[in-house]
Design a protein around this ligand. Structure first.
Ligand SMILES: Nc1nc2c(ncn2[C@@H]2O[C@H](COP(=O)(O)OP(=O)(O)OP(=O)(O)O)[C@@H](O)[C@H]2O)c(=O)[nH]1
Ligand SMILES: [Mg+2]
Length: 262
């Protein structure tokens, strides 16, 4: 367990949302560890701290299982970017984004950025079957903190079985086109009351990825990191304008500390 007091403070938060089995944890592993490894269904949530230039970005991996649904809006609170993830071979996983996950983002920042990500593209798209040779893993420090929100539920829940496609050996069919994802992006903008013309365009914010081969994974995260920089700068500016008291500094001093603003 890392010593939380020594951890860097995140400047901004990016959250992965989506149905169980779409590959949220695998995408995060691929990006942070440059590997595709076995996963177990996520319980509660966990975050990884990524250093991006001088900034620290927390990337939250959340559980897609229905029983953890209530936690979703808590994880989205104050998010600067949300990655709405579906499985390109599973139409239902796209519709769930609209029906079940979109409302969880009501707690995100008002200028939150949305990306729609169709994962498992290696199953349907030959170009996604090739590992990108630009596998330039940044040596930035990455910390992991597990946030086991419901330990009892954790141990009581069996890991769901692998998806039928992986068991049957049948080549899965692509069920969700990029156009479907872009249409959803448009509906999300409308849900948020945003004007399509002044928002980031759908073709920039809809990705197809493969956590298995690494296809488009760096592009996804790094596009978002660049896009949240203004949000980081605004937050730093606001903190500078109205400084808050660091309780850590006051601990043990025995003195009552007064906020500088009053
Ligand atoms: N072929 C293929 N399989 C993938 C890919 N990403 C994930 N998987 C597989 O899909 C299954 C689910 O992956 P996870 O990363 O655990 O999915 P998740 O979205 O985190 O699921 P929850 O934690 O239950 O919400 C695992 O068997 C993975 O090996 C991918 O890009 N391609
Ligand atoms: Mg997971």
């Amino acid at each position: 367990m890392p010593d939380v007091s020594k951890m860097k403070k995140p400047d901004v938060k990016v959250v992965l949302l989506g149905d169980m089995h779409v590959g949220k944890t695998s995408l995060l592993h691929r990006y942070t560890e440059r590997k595709f490894k076995d996963t177990t269904s996520t319980v509660g949530g966990a975050f990884f701290l990524k250093q991006w230039g001088p900034y620290n970005i927390s990337i939250w991996d959340t559980a897609g299982r229905e029983q953890f649904h209530g936690l979703g809006s808590m994880y989205c609170r104050g998010a600067a970017a949300v990655i709405l993830t579906y499985d390109v071979t599973n139409w239902q996983s796209l519709s769930e984004l609209e029906e079940r996950f979109l409302s969880l983002t009501d707690t995100a920042n008002h200028d939150c950025i949305y990306a729609i990500v169709g994962n498992k593209a290696d199953l349907t798209d030959p170009k996604a079957q090739l590992s990108p040779n630009s596998d330039s893993f940044s040596e930035d420090q990455t910390d992991i903190v597990e946030d086991r929100t419901e330990p009892q539920v954790l141990s009581a829940c069996p890991t769901p079985p692998a998806s039928p496609t992986s068991l049957s050996g049948v080549v899965p069919r692509k069920q969700v086109s990029r156009e479907d994802a872009m249409a959803l992006y448009g509906r999300i903008l409308r849900y948020k009351g945003l004007d399509e013309k002044s928002s980031l365009p759908a073709d920039k914010m809809c990705f197809e990825t493969s956590a298995k081969t690494g296809y488009n994974v760096d592009a996804l995260f790094e596009t978002l990191f660049d896009l949240v920089l203004p949000s980081i700068l605004r937050k730093r500016h606001e903190n500078h304008e109205s400084p808050t008291v660091d309780l850590e500094d006051c601990r043990g001093s025995g003195k009552r500390v007064r906020s500088s603003c009053c």
